[in-house]
Design a protein around this ligand. Structure first.
Ligand code: ARG
Length: 397
Protein backbone atom coordinates (compact mmCIF):
# COMPACT_ATOMS: atom_id res chain seq x y z
CA UNK A 1 0.00 0.00 0.00
CA UNK A 2 1.19 3.51 -0.83
CA UNK A 3 1.98 5.81 2.07
CA UNK A 4 -0.70 8.35 2.84
CA UNK A 5 -0.83 11.91 4.07
CA UNK A 6 -3.75 13.96 5.43
CA UNK A 7 -3.49 17.49 4.03
CA UNK A 8 -5.23 20.55 5.46
CA UNK A 9 -6.95 21.64 2.26
CA UNK A 10 -8.32 25.14 1.72
CA UNK A 11 -9.18 24.84 -1.95
CA UNK A 12 -6.79 27.65 -2.84
CA UNK A 13 -3.79 27.64 -5.15
CA UNK A 14 -1.12 26.47 -2.71
CA UNK A 15 -2.97 23.55 -1.19
CA UNK A 16 -4.30 22.43 -4.58
CA UNK A 17 -0.77 22.34 -5.95
CA UNK A 18 0.31 20.65 -2.72
CA UNK A 19 -2.05 17.75 -3.48
CA UNK A 20 -0.29 17.14 -6.79
CA UNK A 21 3.17 17.86 -5.41
CA UNK A 22 2.90 15.46 -2.47
CA UNK A 23 1.95 12.73 -4.95
CA UNK A 24 4.42 13.54 -7.70
CA UNK A 25 7.46 14.49 -5.66
CA UNK A 26 7.06 12.45 -2.47
CA UNK A 27 4.91 9.54 -3.60
CA UNK A 28 2.04 10.04 -1.18
CA UNK A 29 -1.65 9.38 -1.59
CA UNK A 30 -3.36 12.52 -0.38
CA UNK A 31 -6.42 12.69 1.86
CA UNK A 32 -7.66 16.28 1.51
CA UNK A 33 -9.27 17.54 4.70
CA UNK A 34 -11.31 20.73 4.45
CA UNK A 35 -12.57 22.13 7.72
CA UNK A 36 -15.51 24.50 7.64
CA UNK A 37 -14.79 27.09 10.31
CA UNK A 38 -17.16 29.62 8.78
CA UNK A 39 -14.98 30.84 5.93
CA UNK A 40 -16.85 31.79 2.79
CA UNK A 41 -16.14 28.77 0.58
CA UNK A 42 -18.21 26.63 -1.77
CA UNK A 43 -17.47 23.19 -0.37
CA UNK A 44 -19.00 21.29 -3.31
CA UNK A 45 -16.65 23.07 -5.70
CA UNK A 46 -13.80 22.51 -3.26
CA UNK A 47 -14.48 18.75 -3.16
CA UNK A 48 -14.30 18.53 -6.95
CA UNK A 49 -11.14 20.61 -7.05
CA UNK A 50 -9.38 18.34 -4.55
CA UNK A 51 -10.26 15.26 -6.58
CA UNK A 52 -9.21 16.98 -9.82
CA UNK A 53 -5.89 17.83 -8.19
CA UNK A 54 -5.38 14.14 -7.44
CA UNK A 55 -6.65 13.57 -3.90
CA UNK A 56 -7.75 9.98 -3.22
CA UNK A 57 -10.24 11.09 -0.57
CA UNK A 58 -11.80 14.38 0.45
CA UNK A 59 -13.29 15.03 3.83
CA UNK A 60 -15.32 18.13 4.60
CA UNK A 61 -16.02 18.72 8.27
CA UNK A 62 -18.36 21.36 9.65
CA UNK A 63 -16.46 22.55 12.72
CA UNK A 64 -18.10 25.93 13.25
CA UNK A 65 -19.87 24.99 16.47
CA UNK A 66 -16.75 23.19 17.68
CA UNK A 67 -14.52 26.18 16.92
CA UNK A 68 -16.77 28.36 19.04
CA UNK A 69 -17.52 25.93 21.87
CA UNK A 70 -14.11 24.35 22.35
CA UNK A 71 -11.75 27.16 21.32
CA UNK A 72 -13.40 30.58 21.17
CA UNK A 73 -15.36 30.20 24.42
CA UNK A 74 -12.33 29.30 26.57
CA UNK A 75 -10.59 32.25 24.93
CA UNK A 76 -13.53 34.53 25.70
CA UNK A 77 -13.42 33.32 29.31
CA UNK A 78 -9.86 34.68 29.35
CA UNK A 79 -10.85 37.93 27.55
CA UNK A 80 -7.79 37.04 25.49
CA UNK A 81 -6.45 39.69 23.13
CA UNK A 82 -2.97 39.18 21.69
CA UNK A 83 -0.83 42.26 22.24
CA UNK A 84 -3.91 43.78 23.79
CA UNK A 85 -5.87 43.96 20.55
CA UNK A 86 -6.15 40.84 18.40
CA UNK A 87 -8.86 38.32 19.35
CA UNK A 88 -6.85 35.41 17.93
CA UNK A 89 -9.07 34.58 14.98
CA UNK A 90 -6.58 32.53 12.92
CA UNK A 91 -4.83 31.21 16.01
CA UNK A 92 -8.10 29.61 17.15
CA UNK A 93 -8.97 27.85 13.92
CA UNK A 94 -5.63 26.07 13.55
CA UNK A 95 -6.05 23.75 16.55
CA UNK A 96 -9.55 22.74 15.34
CA UNK A 97 -8.11 21.96 11.92
CA UNK A 98 -5.29 20.00 13.56
CA UNK A 99 -7.80 17.95 15.53
CA UNK A 100 -9.60 16.94 12.33
CA UNK A 101 -6.39 16.37 10.37
CA UNK A 102 -5.16 13.94 12.98
CA UNK A 103 -8.54 12.19 13.13
CA UNK A 104 -8.58 11.84 9.32
CA UNK A 105 -5.00 10.57 9.32
CA UNK A 106 -6.04 7.86 11.79
CA UNK A 107 -9.18 6.91 9.86
CA UNK A 108 -7.36 6.61 6.55
CA UNK A 109 -4.17 5.01 7.79
CA UNK A 110 -1.99 8.02 6.99
CA UNK A 111 1.48 8.25 8.46
CA UNK A 112 1.85 11.98 7.92
CA UNK A 113 -0.08 15.22 7.97
CA UNK A 114 0.62 18.28 5.83
CA UNK A 115 -0.35 21.93 5.72
CA UNK A 116 0.01 24.78 3.23
CA UNK A 117 1.51 27.40 5.53
CA UNK A 118 4.68 29.24 4.60
CA UNK A 119 7.89 29.48 6.58
CA UNK A 120 7.31 33.09 7.61
CA UNK A 121 4.14 32.90 9.60
CA UNK A 122 2.57 31.69 12.80
CA UNK A 123 0.34 29.13 11.16
CA UNK A 124 3.15 26.64 10.50
CA UNK A 125 3.92 26.78 14.23
CA UNK A 126 0.29 26.20 15.17
CA UNK A 127 -0.18 23.30 12.74
CA UNK A 128 3.02 21.54 13.66
CA UNK A 129 3.21 22.07 17.41
CA UNK A 130 -0.51 21.22 17.61
CA UNK A 131 -0.05 18.01 15.64
CA UNK A 132 2.96 16.98 17.70
CA UNK A 133 0.90 17.45 20.86
CA UNK A 134 -1.98 15.30 19.62
CA UNK A 135 -0.08 12.75 17.58
CA UNK A 136 3.64 12.66 18.35
CA UNK A 137 4.10 9.68 16.00
CA UNK A 138 2.85 11.39 12.82
CA UNK A 139 5.26 12.89 10.32
CA UNK A 140 4.83 16.57 9.42
CA UNK A 141 5.10 17.86 5.88
CA UNK A 142 5.07 21.50 4.83
CA UNK A 143 5.25 21.49 1.01
CA UNK A 144 4.87 25.25 0.57
CA UNK A 145 7.81 25.85 2.90
CA UNK A 146 9.89 23.28 1.05
CA UNK A 147 9.22 23.86 -2.62
CA UNK A 148 10.41 27.46 -2.75
CA UNK A 149 8.18 28.46 -5.67
CA UNK A 150 6.89 31.99 -6.24
CA UNK A 151 3.21 32.48 -6.91
CA UNK A 152 3.87 32.53 -10.68
CA UNK A 153 5.95 29.35 -10.49
CA UNK A 154 3.22 27.70 -8.47
CA UNK A 155 0.70 28.57 -11.17
CA UNK A 156 3.09 27.16 -13.82
CA UNK A 157 3.51 23.98 -11.78
CA UNK A 158 -0.29 23.61 -11.68
CA UNK A 159 -0.48 24.02 -15.47
CA UNK A 160 2.34 21.53 -16.14
CA UNK A 161 0.80 18.93 -13.84
CA UNK A 162 -2.78 19.46 -14.93
CA UNK A 163 -3.94 20.67 -11.55
CA UNK A 164 -7.10 22.72 -11.92
CA UNK A 165 -6.83 25.89 -9.91
CA UNK A 166 -8.91 29.02 -9.89
CA UNK A 167 -6.53 31.92 -9.58
CA UNK A 168 -7.02 35.56 -10.08
CA UNK A 169 -3.66 37.01 -11.07
CA UNK A 170 -4.74 40.28 -9.49
CA UNK A 171 -5.45 38.77 -6.09
CA UNK A 172 -4.20 41.50 -3.83
CA UNK A 173 -4.82 40.44 -0.26
CA UNK A 174 -4.22 37.30 1.76
CA UNK A 175 -7.36 36.66 3.76
CA UNK A 176 -8.06 34.17 6.49
CA UNK A 177 -11.60 34.16 7.76
CA UNK A 178 -13.71 32.18 10.16
CA UNK A 179 -16.78 32.65 12.30
CA UNK A 180 -14.75 34.55 14.94
CA UNK A 181 -13.44 37.16 12.49
CA UNK A 182 -11.32 37.95 9.47
CA UNK A 183 -7.61 38.67 8.95
CA UNK A 184 -6.32 40.61 5.95
CA UNK A 185 -2.66 40.90 4.91
CA UNK A 186 -0.49 41.78 1.90
CA UNK A 187 -0.71 44.26 -0.96
CA UNK A 188 -0.65 47.92 0.05
CA UNK A 189 -1.18 46.85 3.65
CA UNK A 190 2.49 45.84 3.80
CA UNK A 191 3.30 49.52 4.24
CA UNK A 192 2.27 50.19 7.85
CA UNK A 193 1.95 53.91 7.04
CA UNK A 194 -0.70 53.38 4.39
CA UNK A 195 -4.29 53.55 5.62
CA UNK A 196 -6.26 50.41 4.76
CA UNK A 197 -8.39 50.95 1.65
CA UNK A 198 -12.13 50.50 2.28
CA UNK A 199 -12.20 47.51 -0.06
CA UNK A 200 -10.34 45.31 2.43
CA UNK A 201 -13.36 45.31 4.74
CA UNK A 202 -16.28 42.94 4.49
CA UNK A 203 -17.69 42.51 8.00
CA UNK A 204 -17.47 46.10 9.20
CA UNK A 205 -18.91 48.12 6.36
CA UNK A 206 -20.89 50.86 8.12
CA UNK A 207 -24.51 51.02 7.02
CA UNK A 208 -26.43 51.83 10.22
CA UNK A 209 -27.49 55.43 10.70
CA UNK A 210 -29.03 55.05 14.17
CA UNK A 211 -27.45 53.69 17.35
CA UNK A 212 -28.36 50.04 17.99
CA UNK A 213 -28.65 48.43 21.40
CA UNK A 214 -28.25 44.71 22.06
CA UNK A 215 -28.53 42.86 25.36
CA UNK A 216 -26.23 39.87 25.64
CA UNK A 217 -27.16 37.16 28.14
CA UNK A 218 -24.35 35.09 29.64
CA UNK A 219 -24.42 31.86 31.61
CA UNK A 220 -21.21 30.92 33.36
CA UNK A 221 -19.19 33.07 31.02
CA UNK A 222 -20.80 31.79 27.82
CA UNK A 223 -23.12 34.00 25.75
CA UNK A 224 -26.47 32.25 25.40
CA UNK A 225 -29.00 34.92 24.43
CA UNK A 226 -29.45 38.16 22.51
CA UNK A 227 -32.23 40.49 23.61
CA UNK A 228 -33.72 37.70 25.67
CA UNK A 229 -33.83 35.15 22.86
CA UNK A 230 -31.83 31.98 23.52
CA UNK A 231 -29.51 31.22 20.59
CA UNK A 232 -26.96 28.57 19.74
CA UNK A 233 -23.38 29.76 19.49
CA UNK A 234 -23.16 29.84 15.70
CA UNK A 235 -26.34 31.91 15.38
CA UNK A 236 -25.47 34.17 18.31
CA UNK A 237 -21.95 35.00 17.18
CA UNK A 238 -23.18 35.56 13.63
CA UNK A 239 -25.97 37.88 14.77
CA UNK A 240 -23.97 40.03 17.16
CA UNK A 241 -21.30 40.29 14.51
CA UNK A 242 -23.83 41.58 12.01
CA UNK A 243 -25.17 44.20 14.42
CA UNK A 244 -21.75 45.37 15.60
CA UNK A 245 -20.38 45.34 12.07
CA UNK A 246 -23.29 47.42 10.79
CA UNK A 247 -21.93 50.51 12.55
CA UNK A 248 -18.37 49.72 11.50
CA UNK A 249 -17.31 48.44 14.93
CA UNK A 250 -14.66 45.72 15.16
CA UNK A 251 -11.71 46.90 13.08
CA UNK A 252 -8.14 46.44 14.27
CA UNK A 253 -5.12 47.87 12.45
CA UNK A 254 -1.87 46.89 14.11
CA UNK A 255 1.76 45.98 13.70
CA UNK A 256 2.08 42.63 15.38
CA UNK A 257 4.99 40.56 16.65
CA UNK A 258 4.88 37.13 15.06
CA UNK A 259 6.25 34.08 16.88
CA UNK A 260 8.94 33.74 14.21
CA UNK A 261 10.34 37.18 14.98
CA UNK A 262 8.85 39.15 12.12
CA UNK A 263 6.80 42.29 12.72
CA UNK A 264 3.85 42.37 10.38
CA UNK A 265 1.06 44.80 9.63
CA UNK A 266 -2.30 43.18 10.18
CA UNK A 267 -5.84 44.29 9.56
CA UNK A 268 -8.57 42.44 11.38
CA UNK A 269 -12.29 42.79 11.51
CA UNK A 270 -13.87 40.98 14.40
CA UNK A 271 -17.11 42.78 15.26
CA UNK A 272 -18.75 39.86 17.05
CA UNK A 273 -15.67 38.66 18.93
CA UNK A 274 -14.71 42.14 20.15
CA UNK A 275 -18.28 42.97 21.18
CA UNK A 276 -18.55 39.74 23.16
CA UNK A 277 -15.20 40.26 24.86
CA UNK A 278 -16.25 43.79 25.82
CA UNK A 279 -19.54 42.55 27.26
CA UNK A 280 -17.98 39.54 28.99
CA UNK A 281 -15.21 41.53 30.62
CA UNK A 282 -17.76 44.04 31.87
CA UNK A 283 -19.95 41.34 33.41
CA UNK A 284 -16.88 40.05 35.22
CA UNK A 285 -16.53 43.47 36.78
CA UNK A 286 -19.91 42.88 38.41
CA UNK A 287 -19.55 39.20 39.26
CA UNK A 288 -15.91 38.36 40.04
CA UNK A 289 -14.55 38.78 43.53
CA UNK A 290 -11.81 41.42 43.58
CA UNK A 291 -8.73 39.23 44.11
CA UNK A 292 -9.91 36.71 41.55
CA UNK A 293 -10.53 39.50 39.04
CA UNK A 294 -7.11 41.04 39.57
CA UNK A 295 -5.21 37.75 39.39
CA UNK A 296 -7.18 36.74 36.32
CA UNK A 297 -6.32 40.01 34.59
CA UNK A 298 -2.62 39.25 35.11
CA UNK A 299 -2.98 35.83 33.48
CA UNK A 300 -5.05 36.93 30.50
CA UNK A 301 -2.21 38.33 28.35
CA UNK A 302 -0.19 35.18 28.96
CA UNK A 303 -3.14 33.06 27.88
CA UNK A 304 -3.41 35.09 24.68
CA UNK A 305 0.30 34.61 24.00
CA UNK A 306 0.06 30.85 24.44
CA UNK A 307 -2.83 30.61 22.00
CA UNK A 308 -1.11 32.89 19.52
CA UNK A 309 2.07 30.83 19.76
CA UNK A 310 0.31 27.59 18.81
CA UNK A 311 0.39 26.15 22.33
CA UNK A 312 -3.32 25.36 22.52
CA UNK A 313 -2.76 21.70 23.41
CA UNK A 314 0.03 22.49 25.89
CA UNK A 315 -0.22 21.59 29.58
CA UNK A 316 0.13 25.26 30.57
CA UNK A 317 -2.78 26.38 28.38
CA UNK A 318 -4.88 23.55 29.81
CA UNK A 319 -3.96 24.45 33.38
CA UNK A 320 -4.72 28.11 32.76
CA UNK A 321 -8.07 27.16 31.25
CA UNK A 322 -8.86 25.16 34.39
CA UNK A 323 -8.31 28.36 36.38
CA UNK A 324 -10.35 30.43 33.93
CA UNK A 325 -13.21 27.90 33.99
CA UNK A 326 -13.34 27.96 37.76
CA UNK A 327 -13.66 31.76 37.69
CA UNK A 328 -16.67 31.59 35.35
CA UNK A 329 -19.07 29.81 37.74
CA UNK A 330 -20.95 33.04 38.52
CA UNK A 331 -20.31 35.03 35.35
CA UNK A 332 -24.02 34.95 34.65
CA UNK A 333 -26.19 37.89 33.77
CA UNK A 334 -26.90 40.43 31.07
CA UNK A 335 -24.96 43.25 29.48
CA UNK A 336 -26.37 46.10 27.43
CA UNK A 337 -24.18 47.07 24.49
CA UNK A 338 -24.75 50.21 22.50
CA UNK A 339 -23.31 50.51 18.99
CA UNK A 340 -23.12 53.95 17.44
CA UNK A 341 -22.68 54.99 13.82
CA UNK A 342 -19.02 55.77 13.35
CA UNK A 343 -17.90 52.48 14.87
CA UNK A 344 -18.41 53.18 18.56
CA UNK A 345 -19.41 50.49 21.01
CA UNK A 346 -19.89 50.76 24.73
CA UNK A 347 -21.41 48.95 27.63
CA UNK A 348 -24.29 51.02 28.98
CA UNK A 349 -25.70 48.62 31.59
CA UNK A 350 -25.24 45.27 33.27
CA UNK A 351 -27.11 43.10 35.79
CA UNK A 352 -26.74 39.69 37.35
CA UNK A 353 -28.73 37.53 39.77
CA UNK A 354 -25.40 36.71 41.44
CA UNK A 355 -23.73 40.10 41.07
CA UNK A 356 -21.53 41.40 43.86
CA UNK A 357 -22.85 44.94 43.57
CA UNK A 358 -24.94 45.57 46.69
CA UNK A 359 -26.95 48.75 46.42
CA UNK A 360 -27.34 49.17 50.19
CA UNK A 361 -23.57 49.11 50.56
CA UNK A 362 -22.74 51.28 47.56
CA UNK A 363 -25.36 54.00 47.88
CA UNK A 364 -24.87 57.45 49.34
CA UNK A 365 -28.64 57.75 49.80
CA UNK A 366 -30.74 57.14 52.88
CA UNK A 367 -30.81 53.40 52.15
CA UNK A 368 -27.13 53.24 53.07
CA UNK A 369 -26.49 50.13 55.20
CA UNK A 370 -22.70 50.42 55.33
CA UNK A 371 -21.27 50.62 58.88
CA UNK A 372 -19.30 53.83 58.58
CA UNK A 373 -17.72 53.41 62.00
CA UNK A 374 -15.95 50.27 60.71
CA UNK A 375 -14.02 52.49 58.32
CA UNK A 376 -12.03 54.15 61.07
CA UNK A 377 -10.38 51.06 62.53
CA UNK A 378 -9.86 49.52 59.12
CA UNK A 379 -8.05 52.51 57.74
CA UNK A 380 -6.02 52.98 60.93
CA UNK A 381 -4.67 49.41 60.71
CA UNK A 382 -4.23 49.57 56.94
CA UNK A 383 -2.03 52.65 57.35
CA UNK A 384 -0.30 51.58 60.57
CA UNK A 385 2.83 50.21 58.94
CA UNK A 386 3.46 53.25 56.81
CA UNK A 387 2.68 55.56 59.75
CA UNK A 388 5.30 53.78 61.89
CA UNK A 389 7.80 53.94 59.04
CA UNK A 390 7.24 57.66 58.64
CA UNK A 391 7.54 58.36 62.40
CA UNK A 392 10.71 56.31 62.89
CA UNK A 393 12.54 56.61 59.59
CA UNK A 394 11.38 59.89 58.11
CA UNK A 395 8.53 60.48 55.70
CA UNK A 396 8.39 60.29 51.98
CA UNK A 397 9.10 63.95 51.30
N1 ARG B 1 -1.26 37.31 11.84
C1 ARG B 1 -2.45 36.60 12.16
C2 ARG B 1 -2.14 35.40 13.02
O1 ARG B 1 -1.03 34.98 13.04
C3 ARG B 1 -3.26 36.24 10.94
C4 ARG B 1 -2.74 35.15 10.10
C5 ARG B 1 -3.57 35.03 8.90
N2 ARG B 1 -3.20 33.88 8.15
C6 ARG B 1 -3.21 33.88 6.83
N3 ARG B 1 -2.87 32.76 6.27
N4 ARG B 1 -3.54 34.92 6.12
O2 ARG B 1 -2.98 34.86 13.69
Amino acid sequence: MKKRVALAYSGGLDTSVAVGWLGAELGYEVIAVAVDVGQDVDFDALRKRAIAAGAVEVEVVDAREELLADFAMPTLAANALYEGRYPLVSALSRPVIVRHLVAAARRHGASAVAHGATGKGNDQVRFEVGTRALAPDLEMLAPVRVWGMTREETIDYAERHDIAVTVSKDRIYSIDANIWGRAIECGVLEDPWVAPPEDVFALTVPVAVEPVEVTVGFEQGVPVALDGTQLGLVALVGEIGRVAGSVGFGRVDMVEGRRVGIKSREIYECPGALALIMAHADLEGLTLERDVAHEKARLEPRFAELVYDGMWFSPLRQAMSAFMTSTQRCVTGEVRLRFSPGGGAEVVGRRSPVGLYVYDLATYDAADAFRHEDGEGFVRLFGLGIQTWSARQGGAE
